[in-house]
Write a protein that binds this ligand. Structure first.
Ligand SMILES: Cc1ncc(COP(=O)(O)O)c(C=O)c1O
Length: 427
């Protein structure tokens, strides 16, 4: 893995604009429709709108739906769309064609694969995950434990923590499945996928990766790591749009034996025979459930056009350069307020976001004050301000401007204004 060219020791805004001028990915920003004056550092939650998306979705609505009507299931390739788009996501995650399919929400895709994973180890009664995982993963796993454990005796759950207990502390011959998120949603800490997968396999268990904060953010090599199952969302770094469907990946070696949780008609071997009995389709198709959300898939299709030409090594280099730049600016300009970088400083352990604790200030209010100025990040309870660095449209000057805005808000104590403490439903 190449490491980001280091950030010069003394940084000013001109240094940042010079880095932008030399940036091989700078041209991608023009493919996005970002409002003027906005520094968008929340692509790790909802990606920006590609310029081509509106026209493409409009065409699908007007031509494929409006004119084609029901004929579009065949003529416009609607029926195979989840598989076709899955094949286009595959190179971004180190998967092969025929291993990825688009599903429903990430939560439901996790249910779909976690049940299949646990069924591959029927004699084992433990599911491992991590306390700091995105909560929906833990909630979904609770129901997998109930469902597969039998009446009154759910499968056991073991949760690892950063240092205690560790993965090695909980792995033994009883563990059926390990479900971990590759890049942590709060801290941006990244696991070594190959190393973790190897240890899980040594214990005889099945490895499921959540790639929500990895796909389109860092290079991923599922087959290289020998992983078993993965899921991820497409509305963050892939820019598929709000509510664009999740994807799920099943390693080729499991596809003939894996039994998904939900056996819907789109996963049937012959859906248009309308048989009374379920017969699983071969390959990844059996993980399909029902009618795909074609308008949401149209948004994703437009954004995937951008990804065809992206060099993932350049993407990683830029991501590391941006996060390194942001961290060094925070260190040099915000330390006097006790602002603390929570994200790992070691580049191999960092995804494409930086989380800060606000020190003497209230992080939620600081974030609201930033958003009012057009610097958009978000806040994760209890105390983390998150800043996502999407290499396709975030510039080095953006990182500079964000820290300058933070410094001003802390200096003037604008964050203390009562309106910034008001909580919205979504933080
Ligand atoms: C790591 C992770 N997993 C799962 C989800 C939830 O996904 P969905 O709402 O698509 O079910 C998120 C959402 O941000 C996430 O960050």
């Amino acid at each position: 893995m190449s490491i980001a060219p280091s950030i010069p020791h003394v940084i000013d805004r001109a240094t940042c604009t010079a880095l932008d001028a030399a940036d091989p990915l700078a041209g991608y920003r023009d493919l996005f429709d970002l409002p003027d004056g906005v520094v968008y550092l929340d692509g790790n939650s909802l990606g920006a709108l590609p310029r081509a998306t509106a026209a493409h979705v409009q065409r699908v609505i007007a031509e494929e739906w409006g004119t084609g009507l029901i004929r579009s299931w065949n003529d416009a390739g609607w029926f195979t769309k989840p598989l076709d788009l899955g094949d286009r996501i595959a190179p971004l995650i180190g998967a092969s064609a025929g291993e990825v399919v688009l599903g429903d929400s990430t939560s439901s895709s996790l249910f779909q694969v976690a049940v299949a994973a646990a069924r591959l180890r029927p004699e084992r009664r433990v599911i491992v995950s991590e306390r700091g995982n995105f909560p929906t993963d833990l909630y979904v796993l609770e129901s997998v434990q109930e469902l597969l454990g039998g009446p009154g005796r759910p499968l056991e759950r073991r949760l690892i923590d950063d240092d205690d207990p560790t993965l090695d502390d909980v792995l033994d011959g009883h563990v059926a499945v390990v479900v971990l998120t590759h890049v942590n949603y709060r801290t941006g800490r990244m696991y070594d996928m190959a190393d973790v997968t190897r240890r899980v396999h040594e214990a005889g268990a099945i490895m499921v990766w959540d790639l929500c904060h990895s796909v389109g953010a860092v290079p991923v090599d599922l087959n290289g790591a020998g992983a078993d199952f993965a899921i991820g969302c497409t509305y963050k770094y892939l820019n598929g749009g709000p509510g664009s469907p999740s994807f799920l990946w099943v390693a080729g070696r499991h596809q003939a034996s894996a039994q998904p949780a939900i056996t819907g008609w789109h996963g049937h071997a012959r859906p248009f025979d309308f048989d009374v009995e379920y017969a699983p389709a071969p390959g990844i198709t059996r993980f399909r459930v029902g009618t795909p959300q074609l308008l949401a898939l149209a948004g994703l299709e437009a954004s995937l056009d951008i990804w065809g030409g992206v060099d993932l090594e350049q993407l990683r280099e830029k991501s590391l350069r941006l996060t390194e730049l942001f961290i060094s600016l925070v260190d040099s300009r915000l330390a006097r307020w006790g602002v603390e970088v929570v994200t790992p400083r070691q580049s191999a352990r960092r995804g494409s976001q930086v989380a800060l604790r606000a020190g003497v200030a209230d992080g939620y209010s600081v974030m609201q004050a930033l958003i009012e100025r057009g610097v958009i990040g978000d806040f994760r309870a209890p105390d983390l301000m998150r800043f996502g660095f999407t290499p396709l449209y975030v510039s080095h000057a953006d990182a500079w401007d964000a820290v300058a805005a933070l410094e001003d808000i802390l200096t003037t104590e604008t964050w203390r204004e009562p309106r910034f403490a008001r909580r919205g439903t979504v933080t």
